[in-house]
Design a protein around this ligand. Structure first.
Ligand SMILES: Nc1ncnc2c1ncn2[C@@H]1O[C@H](COP(=O)(O)OP(=O)(O)OP(=O)(O)O)[C@@H](O)[C@H]1O
Ligand SMILES: [Mg+2]
Length: 630
């Protein structure tokens, strides 16, 4: 077959341009990327060979070989891993893989100079070979296949794939070095890079030199699985480099947890909490990417139930001695040993997080900021042994604190006479802090949790037993019960008398407003939670809370909304003036307009759309005119 010419996917061309202009200092990472690919290819075949041993018959030892040809100015990196078919060559080396590189491309600013600086930080996978080579060839043969294929490109926009010959399975990448990249033909330079970035790769990386017909192979790395080594033998850098490899990540880990569990079930774990959220954290699949190994053989990084969904940000390895090797992934996932490991690992990780939260609340706040929304899914889904620890790990913004607060902290500073833990749910902390509903609570110094993650409406429902005997109560539904709370602004008997009088005065107005608004509201009543705003809307006890209904309407899960209760602030000047008018018998259109304007105002404060903007505008204009012309 003649070489078939193909064009790179658009993103790849964009990427290659940046790669070609990459910063000099960044270039050495190409070797890390190619070695990481070769190691993954060996891992994949080692697993396949468990059920298809014929794939590795006669060549069961996986190796990565590096050879430099100073005459030809070529650097070759080869592996005896799984290899690729022609289709896989096109899919994998012509488009952007869903991986770290995708994260890189999605972070591009378009300013090539600035973007090229990202390479070292992000890594661009296979394409990083074009940082040091002006031509790259990939000769590959899929394990179990006889046909081989040659992929070739100068990285300028096109590539070719042709049939080829290759004695055995695996992949050979030949890089024709740029004139200013000949340093990468030096063994020492290569050794330095392997030690720096790839020492943890569990496959031997060998520098191959042919001298006088003699082939000599010299190891460049430790080649033992890092997690099997004792903690005291591993440096922070080595932990960091392994994190970058296993997580396809480029930041430093926020937390590194390495332990061996002996006893009934034996397994070792090296798990990381990334500092930066993994880019697929909120992908609908919600997959965890922890790699499951059995006796140092990579099995899968897609093992459902290995870690609970609410810990899916974890990256790393769990290597178990007691799981059968030659069973399908599906069977493995149902293996009771795996469930035991999952629960033990979850317990350990939550304990480590609790320690960190205790010891370093500021650092924990960074963690919670990144992963709080995911951890809170656990408050909804977890009904078992980890629930209480998860609750104790939860942190919240509140009206009374600049730093994050735990429920235990909240409980400690509840006011005398305060029964419930109060919360409000909405779009953002800022919007919630501007919500009229919190006014009365702030005035009394009663703390309110500010919840602004989509999951909040759900886990709150699952906490029907409350926290340590205190129910969780929304301040946008039902009554406020603030009178019973001994707060900062306690009323004198005088105040109370004034209030009783005000209540009497306001009753006719409330009735008139109710009449004017009809079915648009469920009720109109005096408010104890407003101090500044004239009105607000409340969901009735038993009705769906305001934010949840908004969320479900936004996602078209429901179409109509329940009528709300309009709460009125008796102390507000507008309300007092209206009450006086009603008392003076001045009802009719003016009061009707005022009632509708108050309702629309409450809707605006809710961030709700006004059902009839034209009517609103007309009423507002008339009221302003009345106000201006007295
Ligand atoms: N030596 C190899 N043997 C077999 N397949 C390979 C080899 N090198 C690359 N591939 C295939 O090409 C794909 C793209 O590699 P690339 O390095 O660009 O992305 P990635 O490894 O998937 O992720 P990352 O961007 O994090 O490196 C790989 O997913 C793999 O399927
Ligand atoms: Mg890669």
């Amino acid at each position: 077959m003649t070489a078939e010419k193909r064009t790179f996917q658009a993103e790849v061309s964009k990427l290659l341009k940046i790669v070609a202009n990459s910063l000099y200092s960044e270039r050495e990472v190409f070797l890390r990327e190619l070695i990481s690919n070769a190691s993954d290819a060996c891992d994949k075949l080692r697993y396949l060979a468990l059920t298809q041993p014929e794939l590795t018959t006669g060549d069961g030892d996986f190796k990565i070989r590096i050879a430099a040809d100073k005459d030809a100015k070529t650097l070759t990196l080869s592996d005896n891993g799984i290899g690729m078919t022609a289709d896989e060559l096109n899919d994998n080396l012509g488009t952007i893989a869903r991986s770290g590189t995708e994260a890189f491309v999605s972070n591009l600013s378009g300013d090539e100079k600035k973007d090229s600086g990202l390479i070292g930080q992000f890594g661009v996978g296979f394409y990083s070979a074009f940082m040091i080579a002006d031509k790259v060839e990939v000769l590959t043969r899929r394990a179990g296949e006889s046909k081989a294929h040659l992929w070739s490109s100068d990285g300028l926009g096109e590539y070719t794939v042709a049939d080829a010959e290759k004695a055995n399975r695996g992949t050979i990448i030949t890089m024709h070095l740029k004139d200013d990249a000949l340093e990468f033909l030096e063994e020492q330079r290569l050794q330095h890079i392997v030690k720096r970035y790839s020492d943890h790769i569990p496959v031997p990386i060998l520098f191959v030199e042919t001298k006088d017909g003699e082939v000599e192979e010299r190891p460049l790395n430790e080649a033992s699985a890092l997690w099997t080594r004792s903690k005291s033998d591993i440096t922070t850098e080595q932990y960091g480099e392994f994190y970058k490899h296993v997580a396809h990540a480029f930041d430093e880990p926020w937390l590194t947890m390495h332990w061996k569990a002996e006893g009934v079930i034996e397994y070792s774990s090296l798990l990381y909490v990334p500092t930066q959220r993994p880019f697929d954290l909120f992908h609908p699949e919600r997959k965890s990417r922890v790699k499951l190994y059995v006796k140092r053989v990579f099995i899968t990084d897609d093992c459902e139930g290995l870690v609970p969904d609410y810990l899916r940000f974890l990256r790393g390895v769990i290597d178990c001695e007691d799981l059968p090797l030659n069973v399908s992934r599906e069977l493995l996932q149902r293996n009771p040993v795996l469930q035991k490991i999952s629960s033990a690992v979850t317990k350990r990780v939550l304990t480590e997080l609790s320690k960190k939260a205790e010891k370093d609340p500021e650092a924990y706040a960074i963690f919670w900021d990144a992963y709080g929304p995911v951890m809170k899914e656990g408050l909804y889904s977890e009904n078992g042994e980890h629930k209480d620890t998860l609750i104790s790990l939860a942190r919240f913004d509140t009206t009374e604190s600049d730093t994050l607060v735990s429920l235990a902290d909240y409980k400690k500073r509840m006011k005398e006479g305060q029964e419930a833990i109060y919360y409000i749910i909405g779009e953002s902390k800022e919007a919630l802090l501007n919500s009229p509903h919190i006014e009365g609570f702030k005035a009394k110094g009663v703390e309110v949790l500010l919840l602004s993650d989509p999951i909040d409406d759900f886990w709150i429902q699952a906490m029907f037993e409350g926290y340590e005997g205190s129910p969780l109560k929304s301040i946008t539904r039902g009554s406020a019960d603030l009178d019973a709370v001994k707060g900062d602004d306690d009323k004198t008997d005088e105040d109370k008398k004034d209030e009783e009088k005000a209540s009497a005065d306001i009753a006719p107005l409330l009735a008139s407003i109710k009449l004017a608004l009809g079915e648009e509201v469920k009720d109109v009543r005096e408010s104890t939670r407003l101090t500044d705003s004239p009105v607000c809307l409340i969901a009735d006890d038993g009705d769906m809370d305001i934010n949840l209904e908004r969320l479900l309407r936004q996602h078209k899960q429901i179409d109509k909304s329940n009528p709300r209760i309009l709460e009125v602030n008796t102390k507000h000047a507008v309300i007092k003036a209206l009450a006086k008018r009603v008392k003076d018998g001045k009802t009719g259109q003016e009061l009707d307009d005022a009632a509708h304007l108050l309702l629309d105002q409450a809707r605006i404060m809710e961030g709700e759309a006004i059902p009839d903007p034209k009517a609103f505008a007309r009423r507002l204009a008339i009221s302003m005119e009345r106000g201006l012309t007295g």
